[in-house]
Every structure is written in structure tokens, then in C-alpha cells.
Design a protein around this ligand. Structure first.
Ligand code: SF4
Length: 479
């Protein structure tokens, strides 16, 4: 298979999921959300685009099991695995299986979870040779080019039983140095396999920048890989990549900009929107609930379809506790404006944040019913290592359980308070979904959408099944 001289034959792997590992016990869930959805492995696609001749395998959406992935280890010199807090223990087993197939394979781990505790991650298994720090694109490129690892900045590694750490890598400032990912998507992925319930199908998502100006205490990426400045690619670089993507993927119906807060830089967001408007594409992005009407109008006039908005809570005290930097009246006004312009909203909420009580749970559900986003997602507060919420929870003894997911990969409620136990917080999720969706208005809206579009019908029926199974499962767990 000889790679380019000096270049290591490199496999970028999003490891097989829980389901895959178990060999298909059909009732298991691999995602920590209630509806199975797949995001693009963009964090791996970026370095993959920097390493000539590499291959990116995204095992979960491809339905690949460990038994199918392990033999591939023979064809590579280097495997880079993207891991996360809930999947880490399992990903280590995957690394060991790859090494069992090819003992000469070099294995590195990347991702926020290991970047914040590199040495601890290395200790988890001798199969892991190195762990990269926060922004790992060029770290991996240099290793893949065959540079001695001791000379590569931003990495912790093992040699002769000892663990070493090289100097930190400088934060990437010239974001246009990040390569386009759509060519890697085209080469290695099947866009039809990526589903997100509230996005049109097929969709493509990518980043136009990193970092978020807000300091929400629970939010992982800005506190680890991204930082609190919004570092951005140029408008031209972004628009040219989307133009290229439309030629690669004529079938794609929607582009999603997964930047933490795409609307952090309003003039830039408007400039990109105008470029997208000229291309005539439909697009969506993440936003905070404070975008002014004038900007919303420009975005909508240029193809914006949907905003993914983190409302988190309907209690101002909780929003203040988590440093969300949002006022409820502002969020209400933003939502009214977006709706008046015909922009769809997928609202996300979190139960069990610091300060949560029965009353604030009720207030949040009422708030959601009042502002009425088109769709919602409710999560449990998850204190990820590396976040201020995690440190706060540790200090105050709120960590009632020490895993973020159960053995099947379902998100568990970790935070508990003296006045509000985690079982009760967990139960509030069901109540929230039921009260939001089982309203005539919502059932009618979803029915009308399905009647218009058979593809939506098929997708929603599939999701409906997952959702009902999820509810059934939750009930089982409570008893
Ligand atoms: S605004 Fe969103 S992306 Fe930014 S820190 Fe808060 S939750 Fe995270």
C-alpha cells in the first residue's frame, strides 16, 4: 500500500459505537440522545484533509462493527481515534483491538475529553502511544509526516514506559489555514447516512470558526478546544467551500454551520449570508437568543431556514448561575422576531443545572410552551471534565454518579442536589417532552409537515419509533 515517502499511512477513526461493539443487541442505544442522530466527524475530517492519502472512517453511521473495523489496522501505520467522555472506556477497547491486529500500529487519541487530562488518558492503556492537546489538526499532520514525536508541539506521549509532554501548541489564529472538509466527506463518507431530526436530509455540516464569546459553565468546547474568542475563517473561504460543496453534493438540501455561536460576529454572519444567498443554498446554524431583528432579516432573506438555539432554562436565576448572559425577555423578543420572519427554531434546554428546583423545572416547561420553538431537545446537565460546572459540582458534592452514560450509552443524570435528587431531575425530561409535543397544536404542525413531504414522513415515523422506545425505556428504568 506504500504511502508517500515519509508519510505514515493514516487512519482517522470515529470508533464503532456501543451497539456495534455488542454485535447488535438491537435494543441498545449508542447515542446519548433520545433520537438516534448522526453528526459529521468534522473534528477528524479537518486533520484528515491535511494528511495526504489518509482515510476517515466514521463507524457508527456506516454501521461498522469492531469486528469489521479491526482488520483494517493492517493497512495503516497510524490510527487517530476521536474520543469523548461517555465513549472513552469503550474507545480504549477499540484501540487495543486495532493493536492486537497490527502490533506495529501507532495509536493516538484526540478530543476534548482527553485533551484536558492527557496523562490520565495515556495511563488507561499501553495501546495509546500519544494524546494530542486542544487544537490537534497540525499536531496530527506533523506526526503523520513522520516527524519525531518529541519535536511535535502539543502532545503527550509514551516512550519506554515513561510519559512525556511537549511544549504547548500556539492557538491557531489564521483560520483559513484550516483545510476544507467537504472533499474528505466526498471521498470517505456517504452524506445520506447523516441524519439530524430537525435538519433537512441529506445535510452537510462544517465549521466556519472556533470558540465562543460566552462563558456558559456547562459548555465543553469553548472551555477546552475552542476558547472564548470567536476565531473565524474569512467570508470568502467559507463561501467558496460551500460553492464547491454544491458541485460535489447536488443532492444536499441544507448546509449547517456548527460553530458554537455562528452569530457571535454579526457583520460577518451577514456577509456570509449574502454569499450564500448568491449561491441559492438553504442553510442553518447555531445562535444565541439575542440576535437582533435586522440581522435575522438579512439571514432569512439569504436562505437561512433554521436556528439552533440554546435557551437552557426558563429561570433567570439559573441562567445567571450558569453565566449564560441571556435575559429571558430578550430571548422572548428574539423568538417572536424569528418566528415573524418565518425562521424555524430548534430550542435546546437543560434540566438539573445549579439552582434547579421543582419550581424552576415547571417554569422552564412553561417558558418552552410559551415561546414554542418548532422542535425541542431536553438534556440532563452533564458536568464534563474540563468545565467550570464540573469543578463546581466536585467542590460542592453534587456528583451523585460518576458516569455520564449507562452501560448501554444512554445519558444518565449525574448531578443531584439535597433538595432535588437526580431521579426526579431525570423524570422531568419525560414530562417536558410530553407536555411540549402532546399538544394538539404540535401534533397538527408535525402532521401537516409530514403530509407535505413524504421524506419527512418517513424520517419522523422512524424518529417516532425511537422516541416511543425511548419513553418506554425510561419508564422501565424508573421502576
Ligand atoms: S453560548 Fe452556547 S456555545 Fe457559547 S458557551 Fe454558551 S452554550 Fe457554549
Amino acid at each position: 500500500m506504500g504511502g508517500m515517502s515519509g508519510t505514515l499511512r493514516t487512519l482517522f477513526l470515529h470508533p464503532p459505537s456501543f451497539e456495534g461493539f455488542d454485535g447488535g443487541a438491537g435494543s441498545r442505544y449508542q447515542a446519548k440522545r433520545e433520537v438516534r442522530s448522526f453528526w459529521y466527524p468534522t473534528w477528524l475530517a479537518q486533520p484528515a484533509a491535511l494528511v495526504e492519502g489518509s482515510r476517515l472512517i466514521d463507524a457508527p453511521p456506516a454501521g461498522l462493527t469492531l469486528a469489521e473495523v479491526a482488520p483494517l489496522a493492517r493497512d495503516y501505520d497510524l490510527a487517530v481515534l476521536h474520543t469523548s467522555a461517555p465513549s472513552f472506556a469503550h474507545d480504549v477497547k477499540v484501540a487495543e483491538a486495532l493493536r492486537a491486529t497490527n502490533p506495529r500500529l501507532r495509536v493516538g487519541f484526540v478530543g476534548a475529553h482527553v485533551a484536558v487530562a492527557r496523562e490520565a488518558a495515556l495511563k488507561a492503556s499501553p495501546a495509546i502511544e500519544f494524546v494530542a492537546g486542544n487544537e490537534f489538526d497540525f499536531t496530527i499532520q506533523e506526526i503523520a509526516q513522520g516527524r519525531p514525536i518529541a519535536e511535535v508541539a502539543g502532545v503527550s506521549y509514551r516512550t519506554n514506559g515513561h510519559v512525556h509532554r511537549t511544549p504547548e501548541r500556539a492557538t491557531l489564529e489564521d483560520m483559513d489555514r484550516l483545510p476544507w472538509v467537504v472533499d474528505v466527506y466526498k471521498r470517505d463518507l456517504e452524506v445520506e447516512r447523516y441524519f439530524i431530526g430537525y435538519l433537512l436530509h441529506p445535510y452537510v455540516s462544517l465549521y466556519t470558526g472556533r470558540g465562543c464569546r460566552s462563558k456558559c459553565t456547562f459548555c465543553l468546547w469553548p472551555q477546552t478546544v475552542g476558547g472564548h474568542r470567536y476565531r473565524t475563517r474569512s467570508v470568502e473561504h467559507v463561501v467558496a467551500e460551500i460553492a464547491h460543496a454544491t458541485r460535489l453534493f447536488p443532492q444536499v438540501k441544507e448546509y449547517f454551520f456548527d460553530d458554537d455561536t455562528f452569530t457571535d460576529d454579526l457583520p460577518r454572519a451577514e456577509a456570509i449570508a449574502r454569499g450564500l444567498g448568491r449561491l441559492g443554498v438553504t442553510w442553518s446554524c447555531n445562535a444565541k437568543a439575542d440576535v437582533p431583528y435586522e440581522t435575522l432579516k438579512v439571514l432569512k432573506d439569504n436562505g437561512l431556514r433554521l436556528l439552533l438555539v440554546g435557551y437552557e432554562s426558563g429561570s433567570q436565576a439559573i441562567l445567571n448561575n450558569i453565566k449564560k448572559g441571556i435575559r429571558l425577555d430578550r430571548a422572548r423578543e428574539f423568538t417572536r422576531n424569528a418566528k415573524a420572519l418565518g425562521i424555524k427554531i430548534h430550542g435546546t434546554f437543560i434540566m438539573g443545572l445549579p439552582g434547579e428546583t421543582r419550581e424552576t423545572i415547571e417554569a422552564t416547561i412553561r417558558f418552552a410552551l410559551e415561546i414554542d420553538p418548532d422542535t425541542i431537545q431536553v438534556s440532563l446537565a452533564a458536568p464534563y471534565p474540563g468545565t467550570a460546572l464540573y469543578r463546581e459540582a466536585q467542590e460542592r458534592g453534587w456528583l451523585e454518579a460518576d458516569t455520564l452514560v449507562d452501560a448501554g450509552g444512554v445519558q444518565t443524570s449525574v448531578l443531584g442536589y439535597p433538595h432535588l435528587g437526580r431521579t426526579e431531575i431525570f423524570a422531568s425530561l419525560d414530562a417536558f417532552y410530553r407536555r411540549f409535543y402532546f399538544r394538539p397544536r404540535k401534533i397538527f404542525a408535525i402532521g401537516a409537515e409530514m403530509a407535505r413531504d413524504r421524506a419527512v414522513l418517513r424520517r419522523r415515523l422512524g424518529e417516532g419509533m425511537e422516541f416511543l422506545r425511548f419513553l418506554a425505556r425510561r419508564r422501565r428504568e424508573r421502576h
